[in-house]
Design a protein around this ligand. Structure first.
Ligand code: UDP
Ligand code: MG
Length: 162
């Protein structure tokens, strides 16, 4: 049941989370980071960047045939995006739970989009939707050297590892 801390850390998954320009401009960075931090996830990379339109198109390539694709890519590249990688057990799936559903009007109160956003086109945050997407998005947004692996003393309390 109790596992070695290092072995456990090696198993922890990572997800890509980004605060979009609306979340940055509305001053919601600290509020959003605190929700991931208080839950017990570990921040392993963070940077503020204005992506190019081409970069936004690559990030959202799966949606290229949707009618909102062009506006979405214009918007993502219109201002600062806070790009992050968060690590923890189940962080990909549970991170999406913390975020809420795509349309804030359908997101439960208590979720980031449910509490802090109103319409789908300005839903303030992005989170990877699965393990493969997470791997690809982390590789797109960050150089390997920007990912900081470190031991967190909280982990033995969070996970019950020795
Ligand atoms: N989007 C939109 N109109 C829609 C659906 C999606 O503007 O009808 C935007 C919205 O900002 C969303 C993003 O496109 O966050 C990516 O869509 P996806 O379906 O991947 O939703 P997410 O994974 O962000 O919940
Ligand atoms: Mg998505």
């Amino acid at each position: 049941m109790f596992q070695d801390q290092e072995a456990h850390a090696a198993e922890l998954e990572r997800t890509f989370i980004a605060i979009k320009p609306d979340g940055v401009q509305r001053g919601l960075i600290a509020e959003i980071i605190s929700r991931f931090e208080r839950k017990g996830y570990k921040l392993v990379a963070i940077k503020l960047i204005v992506p190019s339109k081409e970069f936004a198109q690559t990030h959202y390539h799966d949606l290229k045939d949707r009618p909102f694709f062009n506006g979405l890519c214009d918007f993502l590249s219109s201002g600062p995006v806070l790009a992050m990688v968060w690590e923890g057990e189940g962080v990909i799936k549970y991170g999406r739970k913390l975020i809420g559903t795509t349309d804030p009007q359908k997101s439960e109160p208590g979720t980031i989009r449910g509490d802090l956003a109103v319409v789908v086109g300005r839903n303030i945050i992005h989170g990877s939707d699965g393990p493969e997407t997470a791997r690809n998005e982390i590789a797109l947004w960050f150089e390997p050297s920007e990912l900081v692996s470190y031991a967190s003393n909280a982990e033995k309390w969070l996970y019950g590892v020795n």
